[in-house]
Design a protein around this ligand. Structure first.
Ligand code: SF4
Length: 219
């Protein structure tokens, strides 16, 4: 492994130990390693903060934890359950449509291939990669806004879109570290390397590892 990457991973592992964990870690810890629950929580989390999403996830999973149960919830009740989250109107429909498709096309089981996951309407690359890596332990890099932003700031990649970042990261990060890099950069992005004005003054990556590419204001 490239020396810079190996050092980066070591530092991130050390410093993220006591930071709040990302949504999927909490879901797995509280509800078990269920591909369906990981998928549903990921769909809920799109364009929402983890702190908000986890509250909704707990509320929803108290009411329903299987595709059969999700489709049986009257749509207005489902909206009401997930309401504090943004785009709840659309998300309620996506949750039911995805559950229905899993029941009808995949015998009620979340598929474990990228090709099949991407066939489900409402499941994009980011969600598919997260489910593959977290639920099935398959090699995939989930590139969300944090992973995309920080990879560019660190100079690991020079890309314009998350899709390009995913491809570029796969070339520089060893496959056995793909799951980990997502976790570490998500935690880093939520706590240190924030979108606007990152906390560079307290970041152990500053200078030695991170050239702060494109960063204009810092704290
Ligand atoms: S030095 Fe600043 S830009 Fe670089 S990783 Fe740390 S917080 Fe982010």
């Amino acid at each position: 492994m490239n020396k810079k990457i190996s050092e980066l991973l070591q530092i991130l592992e050390r410093f993220t130990k006591d930071m709040p964990k990302p949504l999927t870690d909490i879901v797995i810890k509280e509800f078990g390693h269920s591909p369906f629950l990981i998928l549903i929580s990921c769909l809920l989390s799109l364009r929402a903060r983890d702190v908000v999403t986890i509250k909704i996830v707990r509320k929803l999973f108290k009411r329903a934890q299987t595709p059969q149960e999700i489709i049986k919830i009257p749509i207005l009740e489902l909206e009401e359950i997930i309401k504090p989250i943004g785009f709840y109107h659309t998300k309620a429909r996506v949750l039911q449509a995805v559950s229905k498709e899993i029941l009808e096309e995949f015998d009620g089981l979340v598929p474990d291939s990228e090709e099949k996951l991407l066939k489900i309407k409402g499941v994009g690359r980011k969600t598919a990669a997260l489910v593959l890596s977290q639920a099935f332990n398959k090699p995939a890099i989930c590139v969300d806004v944090h992973v995309h932003r920080i990879s560019n700031r660190l100079g690991l990649v020079k890309t314009k879109t998350p899709e390009q970042t995913e491809k570029a990261l796969k070339k520089v990060i060893p496959q056995e570290k793909w799951l980990e890099i997502n976790r570490l950069l998500v935690i880093w992005g939520q706590n240190i390397c924030t979108p606007i004005s990152p906390f560079c003054s307290k970041c152990p990556l500053k200078l030695k590892i991170c050239p702060q590419i494109g960063v204009k204001t810092t704290r």
